[in-house]
Unconditional design. Structure first.
Length: 78
């Protein structure tokens, strides 16, 4: 396991100490969990943004398709 040194300002140190006491966990465990949570949140946000972009593109493509079909239908006599 890697050892890392982290410098915290007094406010973050107080938050970390408070969490450690409330949760009955080691400070290092809280820091590890925070890093894991942050990485997962970033990945989830990335996936969500990608899905939104795909949905938007599909919607715009479908709108273009409908416009093209309407234009083609205008030239067909029934």
């Amino acid at each position: 396991m890697m050892v890392a040194t982290v410098r915290l300002d007094s406010e973050l140190e107080a938050v970390l100490n408070s969490l450690s006491k409330r949760l009955h966990k080691k400070r290092s465990d809280i820091i590890r969990e925070a890093i894991s949570f942050y990485a997962k949140t970033l990945e989830d946000t990335k996936k969500s943004r990608l899905h939104s972009a795909i949905d938007k593109t599909m919607s715009q493509d479908f709108d273009e398709y409908k416009t093209m079909e309407a234009t083609l239908d205008d030239g067909i006599t029934k």
